[in-house]
Write a protein that binds this ligand. Structure first.
Ligand SMILES: Cc1cc2nc3c(=O)[nH]c(=O)nc-3n(C[C@H](O)[C@H](O)[C@H](O)COP(=O)(O)OP(=O)(O)OC[C@H]3O[C@@H](n4cnc5c(N)ncnc54)[C@H](O)[C@@H]3O)c2cc1C
Length: 329
């Protein structure tokens, strides 16, 4: 365990904004995590910092979860919370085991993945999720959450809602498959990327397709600070959708089973003219309207202020409310 007072958080978040926390404690085992929580019960929890915008100095201790280890039992893989998610995906593909390949190259740690039920290219983590272990912040006991108990939804789980700030996730178990015919390749970008491949497709083909798409389309935080999609895609009722559709027949839409319709936040933001906009060093990516970026030296408050302006403008144009996917500190 390391414990550093007045630590700079910029190197530990992908937005790379400057902010100091009261102290930064890095834990490598469950016992160290328990000890850190006992000493600092009000600590904030940090994984890879790829879904956090720090808007001011943090007047709390911050515990960085760095537990390591990956183990396979039959077709179930269990990874410690501090493993990099993409390393876990790659490890599984290297064993020729499928299930996670569509989620390749998502930044961050294994422990944060269930928080918002990470998803990409037609797959969400819940589809292969078996269970997780987590330490309760008050009792310090390690408990198991089954899939049903996690209440997964679109970019959410019990850990963002009812059980918010109550647990620290220590490991995640996923169900894998050795049957390549269970590949998910119908998502448009993936299908197009795989066009030149001849059947039979392998797990690695899908993994490499997703990596290639992401490298081409998404800004790399190592080059320009960002946290991926800043807002969630809004889900609107049928009446709202038909109003927007009558004014913009070209609006992309994803009908949901309950009659509501999911709209791409990127399209709404783009229609309001934000793509490539820049307010000082805070900006909107010039190819991905949903990604806010730090061009260098932006403060978290500046990025948040830009996000609020974007939200107001989408509200004014479409009467649709955007909600941040990124956690604001
Ligand atoms: C370029 C880019 C692309 C991205 N693409 C996607 C994508 O395709 N799909 C997607 O879903 N997301 C995407 N994201 C968002 C992000 O990668 C994921 O949300 C990721 O799971 C965050 O992991 P992290 O370890 O960085 O979490 P952090 O940012 O460190 O933390 C996120 C939240 O989880 C909490 N937390 C972290 N670890 C734990 C733990 N062990 N126990 C309890 N709470 C914890 C934190 O307190 C915080 O509230 C992208 C981000 C970037 C920068």
């Amino acid at each position: 365990m390391t414990d550093v007072e007045h630590a700079q958080l910029a190197p530990f978040t992908t937005f790379g904004v400057s902010a100091v926390c009261e102290r930064l404690i890095t834990v490598g085992t469950v016992d160290e995590l328990r000890e850190a929580l006992r000493r600092y019960p009000d600590a904030r929890i940090l994984g890879g910092g790829s879904n956090i915008l720090v808007t001011q100095n943090v007047e709390h201790p911050v515990i960085r979860v760095a537990l390591r280890g990956i183990a396979l039992d039959d077709l179930r893989v269990t990874a410690a919370a501090g493993e990099r998610w993409h390393d876990l995906v790659t490890w599984c593909v290297d064993q020729d085991l499928g299930g996670l390949e569509n989620l390749a190259l998502i930044p961050g740690t294994v422990g944060a993945a269930p928080m918002q039920n990470i998803g990409a290219y037609g797959v969400e983590q819940e589809q292969c999720f078996v269970q997780l272990t987590a330490v309760h912040r008050q009792t310090l006991e390690e408990v198991v959450f089954t899939k049903d108990q996690c209440h997964f939804g679109y970019r959410t789980s019990i850990f963002k809602e009812e059980a918010r700030d109550q647990y620290v996730i220590t490991s995640v178990t996923c169900q894998l498959t050795d049957h390549p015919h269970r590949l998910h390749t119908s998502y448009k970008d993936v299908a197009e990327e795989l066009l030149q491949h001849h059947a039979p497709l392998t797990i690695r083909d899908v993994y490499e397709a997703v990596v290639a798409i992401r490298r081409r389309k998404l800004p790399d935080p190592a080059e320009i600070g960002n946290a991926g999609s800043f807002f969630k895609n809004p889900v609107v009722d049928a009446e709202t959708f038909s109003r927007i559709h009558s004014q913009h027949p070209e609006v992309p839409s994803y009908p949901q089973a309950d009659g509501t319709v999911k709209l791409p936040a990127a399209w709404l933001i783009d229609q309001c003219g934000w793509k490539g906009a820049r307010h000082g060093a805070a900006g909107v990516h010039d190819r991905q309207a949903l990604v806010l970026v730090n061009h260098g030296g932006a403060t978290g408050a500046e990025i948040l202020s830009l996000a609020l302006e974007i939200r107001s403008s989408v509200q004014a144009h479409f009467d649709v409310e955007l909600h941040p996917e990124v956690n604001i500190w």
